[in-house]
Design a protein around this ligand. Structure first.
Ligand code: SF4
Length: 345
């Protein structure tokens, strides 16, 4: 009989499991807490269960964290990158970042990615498969156990497009945010999309409750399609309409991410187009200066970033600049993994 993985099971599924072995519902709540909050390594550590019950459960379920193949820490010690080997031999990456009191884990949602954004190592891999709910929750749990920390924030911004693995992402967020388990509140969880319009609408309609980030990166279709081929399927007008739909149905602001690349999307003209496009939208904009020196593109100059921001500030929206952390270990997801999955293929 194939065993079920406990990591990735919802509270309701654990309650059903316990009922199926003749136990009351509340035993499922205990199991949920011992797996996700107390983070036991094996069933024998669940001391509120009798030995008989633990043995009975052991015939039905597995409780295993993910297998860490590689771990890299940045020179300043603030960023640690993990490469995980999954049960079928595929690899995914996650990153743990410390910034003051904030401890953020960035997890992957797919092995590889079908969207092929030109600035992304994962995009070169193509899509191998979706991650299960357990593999997503497992990345977080494994990191928290390994580093013996609690995370304050979670971002689904690693390898893959979350809205192309929507149902598993949604369930993973439910488990992770549950107050009896890992308990990272939904407003501390950010789902980042490359602009999958039906996904944004579904996310809005279902009131998933997590924060939304949209990777924008250009204010004209020509540049955006060059950087992100998905723009041909969901061009800017549709994307902006989806963003407006979210705004109209949510009390929360969403964030546009703007990867700024020298000579590609960092001119004053680009800033003006962006300003026009964002007019009247309730959003924040997060500028991320491109930093992969030696690649096809170059980082923008500091004065160019400042001029760009000054132009946008006229919109009276929050404009922030995110300096990439852990540049010395290539903390942008996909680098280690691209090589590892290639070797496997
Ligand atoms: S940036 Fe995100 S959506 Fe684009 S190819 Fe990379 S993983 Fe996929």
């Amino acid at each position: 009989m194939t065993k079920i993985d406990l990591i990735g099971m919802t509270l309701e599924a654990m309650q059903q499991l316990m009922v199926s072995v003749g136990e009351p519902n509340y035993r499922g709540n205990q199991l949920f807490t011992w797996v996700y909050k107390k983070r036991v390594d094996n069933l024998d550590q669940i001391t509120v269960f009798s030995k008989d019950l633990r043995q009975q459960l052991a015939k039905k379920v597995d409780l295993e964290l993910l297998d860490i193949t590689k771990q890299q820490r940045s020179a300043d010690g603030e960023t640690t990158k993990f490469l995980f080997r999954l049960s079928d031999g595929a690899f995914v990456e996650s990153v743990f970042m410390v910034d003051g009191k904030r401890r953020t884990v960035c997890i992957s949602t797919q092995v590889g990615c079908a969207l092929g954004c030109k600035f992304c190592a994962t995009g070169k891999m193509g899509l191998l498969r979706n991650l299960s709910t357990g593999e997503m929750v497992g990345q977080l749990l494994t990191i928290l156990k390994m580093l013996e920390v609690e995370a304050t924030n979670l971002v689904l911004m690693g390898m893959g497009e979350p809205f192309l693995n929507y149902d598993n992402v949604k369930t993973a967020c439910e488990i992770i945010s549950h107050s009896d388990g890992i308990a990272i509140g939904k407003r501390k969880i950010t789902v980042s999309t490359a602009g999958i319009v039906p996904g944004i609408k579904k996310f809005t309609d279902e009131q998933m409750g997590c924060k939304l980030a949209i990777s924008l990166n250009a204010a004209d279709n020509k540049t955006r399609s060059r950087l992100m081929p998905i723009n041909r399927k969901y061009p800017l007008t549709e994307l902006i309409n989806a963003a407006k739909y979210y705004s109209a149905h949510s009390r929360h602001l969403f964030t546009f991410e703007y990867l700024m690349i020298a000579g590609v999307n960092d001119s004053i003209e680009n800033a003006r187009k962006l300003k026009k496009m964002l007019q009247g939208l309730r959003c924040k904009i997060n500028i991320i200066p491109y930093n992969a020196v030696g690649e096809q593109w170059q980082p923008p100059r500091e004065e160019q970033i400042n001029r760009f921001i000054t132009e946008l500030l006229e919109l009276k929206i929050i404009v922030s600049v995110r300096r990439s952390k852990g540049a010395d270990i290539d903390a942008a997801c996909g680098q280690l993994c691209h090589l590892s999955n290639q070797k496997k293929l």
